[in-house]
Ligand binder design. Structure first.
Ligand code: SF4
Length: 301
């Protein structure tokens, strides 16, 4: 079989190891080197061009809105957690009788054990379900439903994972803690969440005085949303703004940097681009902010 292996950035160092494994099984192996940031980002175009029989996509679970014309096998990369390290954070969580727990796909298989750990210590523990995430308790950068679905029933949220990308998708008013299973450190991140909210207000203010808008449509299968872009373009033009639709795979300084003429971008692709506005030196609105600014009702996937 001809297969295309696709790894997220954090697992690309494992590529040769897996290539050897599939070759030994008799497969013809190709490696996708395109940037891959999520399960929304299947290497369908590469697979079609090389007539691959299958994409093997590592480290993510299925993204419900991705309909791939090429067969896809998802291979999780589970990473265990030393449950004993949770003992150290009990003191910090003492004020909260009920907690909601959530994590990323790497640790989702540990959530029931984490739940049991805290229940034995006398806490009530809830695990929610997102709308885009396939697993219970799984948070994506664009889907914190695993937390928001239970936030009214708990005193605090404990997110297990390293870095803050996923945790900062959680924009709720309850205490939010991040437990890093690699360093066994705990940090309350409500100040970071507030900072992000203030930043989003700043983006809105900058967009309000913008006259020329670039509406970003990504060719990544799970991000492609041309209908939203067309609706936004029409609404902006009705409001006397200039708007153009820009289509590309990955939006970065190389693809957008030389478009000097846009005052503001609106992303119909990954909503977390708006967190990285500095990188583009222009405000970037996601669909939620865009709806807020122009009183629109563009559906958010
Ligand atoms: S759309 Fe963005 S946040 Fe959502 S899965 Fe894809 S890369 Fe992650």
């Amino acid at each position: 079989m001809r297969i295309l292996l696709q790894f997220p950035e954090g697992l690309k160092s494992k590529a040769l190891e897996y290539a050897d494994k599939y070759k030994e099984e008799g497969h013809e192996v190709y490696l996708s080197c395109s940037p891959c940031f999520g399960a929304c980002d299947l290497a369908v175009e590469e697979a079609k061009l090389i007539h691959a029989d299958k994409i093997i996509h590592f480290g993510h679970s299925r993204f419900p809105s991705v309909l791939s014309p090429v067969n896809v096998e998802y291979i999780h990369y589970p990473i265990n957690i030393d449950l004993k390290s949770l003992e150290n954070i009990l003191i910090d969580l003492k004020p909260y009788n009920s907690i909601g727990i959530a994590t990323t796909i790497q640790h989702v298989h540990e959530l029931e054990k984490i739940k049991e750990f805290f229940e034995i210590k006398g806490k009530s523990v809830l695990i929610g379900q997102g709308s885009l995430a396939s697993e219970k308790g799984q948070v994506l950068g664009c889907d914190s439903g695993a937390v928001t679905s239970i936030s009214s029933q708990v005193d605090a949220i404990l997110f297990v994972g390293d870095g803050f990308f996923h945790a900062l998708a959680i924009k709720i008013d309850k205490p939010v803690f991040v437990f890093n299973p690699y360093s066994s450190s705990l940090e309350q991140i409500n100040d970071k969440i507030e900072k992000l909210k203030r930043k989003r207000k700043g983006l809105l203010a900058a967009a309000m005085v913008s006259k020329t808008f670039g509406i970003l449509v990504s060719t990544k299968p799970g991000q492609f949303n041309l209908s939203a872009a067309k609706s936004i373009k029409k609404k902006l033009e009705e409001k006397g703004k200039r708007a153009e639709i820009l289509i590309g795979n990955t939006f970065d300084q190389y693809s957008l940097g030389n478009f000097q003429s846009f005052d503001c971008y609106i992303t119909t692709a990954c909503p977390r681009m708006s967190d990285d506005s500095e990188q583009f030196d222009k405000p970037i609105l996601d669909l939620e902010l865009c709806n807020e600014l122009f009183f629109l009702t563009i559906p958010i996937k």
